[in-house]
Unconditional design. Structure first.
Ligand SMILES: NC(=O)c1ccc[n+]([C@@H]2O[C@H](COP(=O)([O-])OP(=O)(O)OC[C@H]3O[C@@H](n4cnc5c(N)ncnc54)[C@H](O)[C@@H]3O)[C@@H](O)[C@H]2O)c1
Length: 312
């Protein structure tokens, strides 16, 4: 199966492309430019077809998607940039989704998987797991609004045009991200500071808790979703919540660092967000397999491996 990956050279897209190729599929790499700070991107670009496109442009998107059997739409601006670039975030996330869906319809693509996010659940103050059937609260950020709209568009293209679409609500994805990547997650930012001998920063008291899921588990869920026929929305998480404080302590322990975290004002509201994983298990047979300590160790190893040539 030829799978167009929109945003193929990013954090999640690179892992999905690698795993699709390993499973015998043909990844078609779509991104704004044939370069990425991610080391995996270089290998992918050598091995697989790349089509340069701007997903905010309908014609560019249509040409790029030609001949694809399935689509994984991952290109978006996220929570890290929306405050400074709200227009660009809304424009790429909304128009990009519309253009990719419309091109998929015209190209008669048989399967569509959309990268949604746990942000659609908003802030949660209890410890109950969030389930796909929970009511979606009104969005409080541009990013959350665009992910909710993306989910609705996928549902509408399914209802009106029969496009088989599934939205995956990723929880907090972590794993190795080079320091030059703009949209780096908490774990990557904490690890960078620790490896540079600087104390990791915790904004607020660090009691906010999230469902940290390793990017390799996320890629496995996406690959299953592309070949399944489930529609609607599914959570992709581990089912467990870890506080920011515990995550930072884990990174410090696994790196063997003697540093202590530095607390600063601000930070996330005292949310506890963890996924109910039953629906993804039932529909895709997906269960996260990488424990947080294992995933952190793998992330540290990849970080150190990527740093090696520079250190030599
Ligand atoms: N990383 C997380 O923790 C997380 C959590 C929940 C949901 N998600 C969602 O998963 C998806 C993938 O996230 P990621 O972390 O891999 O993001 P990323 O920023 O690493 O990758 C996004 C890719 O999209 C490309 N892109 C940007 N603008 C484009 C355009 N106009 N045309 C074509 N390509 C363009 C970028 O060049 C980049 O390679 C996103 O939709 C994100 O909202 C991520």
């Amino acid at each position: 199966m030829k799978v167009a990956i929109c945003g193929a050279l990013g954090f999640v897209g690179t892992r999905v492309a690698r795993d699709l190729a390993a499973a015998g599929h043909e990844p078609l790499l779509l991104d704004v430019a044939p370069r990425s700070p991610h080391p995996l991107a270089e290998t992918l670009l050598r091995r697989h077809e790349f089509r340069r496109c701007d997903l905010t442009d309908p014609m560019s998107t249509r040409i790029a998607l030609a001949g694809a059997d399935a689509v994984f739409h991952a290109a978006a601006l996220g929570a890290k940039v929306e405050r400074d670039r709200p227009w660009e975030t809304a424009h790429l996330n909304l128009m990009g989704a519309v253009n990719v869906l419309e091109s998929a319809r015209r190209e008669q693509v048989s399967r569509f998987v959309f990268a949604s996010s746990a942000v659609v659940y908003g802030d949660r103050f209890g410890t109950t797991a969030v389930a796909e059937s929970d009511p979606r609260p009104p969005a409080t950020t541009i990013y959350a609004a665009t992910k909710a709209a993306g989910e609705d568009l996928v549902a509408a293209y399914g209802a009106q045009f029969g496009l088989s679409g599934l939205c995956l609500r990723f929880m907090n994805v972590y794993g190795f991200q080079p320091a030059t990547m703009v949209q780096r997650e908490l774990t990557a930012r904490v690890l960078e500071r620790v490896e540079a001998g600087e104390p990791p920063l915790i904004f607020g008291d660090g009691s906010a808790a999230f469902d940290f899921v390793h990017v390799d588990d996320v890629a496995r869920a996406v690959c299953s979703a592309l070949t399944a026929d489930a529609t609607g929305t599914l959570n992709v998480g581990t089912g467990s919540a870890t506080t920011v404080r515990d995550l930072v302590e884990l990174v410090l322990r696994e790196t063997g660092s003697g540093l202590a975290p530095e607390y600063r004002p601000g930070g996330a509201s005292p949310t506890t967000l963890r996924a109910d994983t039953a629906a993804a298990d039932a529909a895709l047979g997906f269960r996260a397999a990488i424990t947080l300590p294992e995933g952190i160790r793998q992330t540290i190893a990849e970080f150190r491996n990527a740093a090696e040539p520079c250190a030599a």
